[in-house]
Design a protein around this ligand. Sequence first.
Ligand code: AMP
Length: 398
Amino acid sequence: MTTKTIDDLNLKGKKVLVRVDFNVPMTSDLKVSDDKRIVESLPTIKKILADGGSVILMSHLGRPKGKPTPEFSLKPVAAHLAGLLGREVKFAEDCIGKPAHTAVDNLQPGEVLLLENLRFHAEEEKNDQGFARELASLGNVYVNDAFGTAHRAHASTEGITHFLKPAVAGYLMKKEIEYLTKAVGNPERPYIAILGGAKISGKIDVIQNLLPKIDALVIGGGMAFTFFRAQGMEVGDSLVEPEKLSLAKQILDEAKTKHMRLILPVDCVIADKMDNDAQRKIVPVSKIPAGWRGLDIGPETVKVINMELRKAKTIVWNGPMGVFEMPNFANGTLEVAKLLAEATKAGAITIVGGGDSAAAIAQAGFENAVSHVSTGGGASLEFLEGKVLPGLAALDVK
Ligand code: AMP
């Protein structure tokens, strides 16, 4: 990796301003309900403390629309972090101005401070230069460890780097980039991508970027039906994007000419309506009756995917195989999660894109049984699309 990281700096006596992604789910009584993102930031925080620096953390939480909104306050997150670190975490009631400066001025080496939600100011998402300069004035070193927002050029991710140097990556950012670079760079072969989710339109850039690099592409989820329709098959009421039919055909042709295996489901779980309690049947994909829709991959398809994954050395997975939010259509997605865990055990590098697939692998209990689960859904998707992430591109290079 050419991006500079905190390992390249001596942080003794420095006030280190760290952009973290503490955009965590909260309960209705404002407690942290899933602290994965906070836990993932601990190595960076501990390294700064061990070096003898002080830590100033900044993050967004939710969508407060540019003004202070109590339900989106980061104060409960400060308390949760204190529990995880086993030391006090100070809190500043605003991320700029007097509250922030007073708290920073009083901060001693070895102490941790969390600033209030960046998105209480509309200037954050507008990448306002004045706001970025204000944030920059709080620290001597900038660390970006918020992979989940690296695909957005905001004041705290991009703008700030014009006013505060050195600007380097934290450990979480480093880990995300190292794994995702393996997936788009020079992966060990055979290299297999599994893509699912609702629509081709959401994944088309990923497909096109990965197509020349992979040995096989497994397609599941709603988008498989547009591929079937493009081959002239009847798919009942399954999700089809009529405007993407020619694109699907083009991808099928491209796969053929490039000798890349494109694996579509052979059977599916169909239902007579989009409802967990709908009537269900398992049928071959060529036998979907009118009035029924495919909502999950079937057991034969899981076997086919298993055969493919057994050969793989690198596997990337993004998007569920069915409507996994409904327990009756979650099986295919959970089975793929299990297959990824088995492939990892057998020595493959397995990378799970954030968002729905990350939620599914956690639900299946295999979160720690794969090589890497990305903490950023949108950011990992854009990385796999081959796009430059502004928050990463803005950091110093070696
Ligand atoms: P995406 O955001 O494109 O990754 O899509 C995720 C969504 O795709 C999830 O909410 C799933 O419920 C949905 N999905 C997966 N398979 C199907 C399907 N066969 N029909 C309709 N929606 C699906």
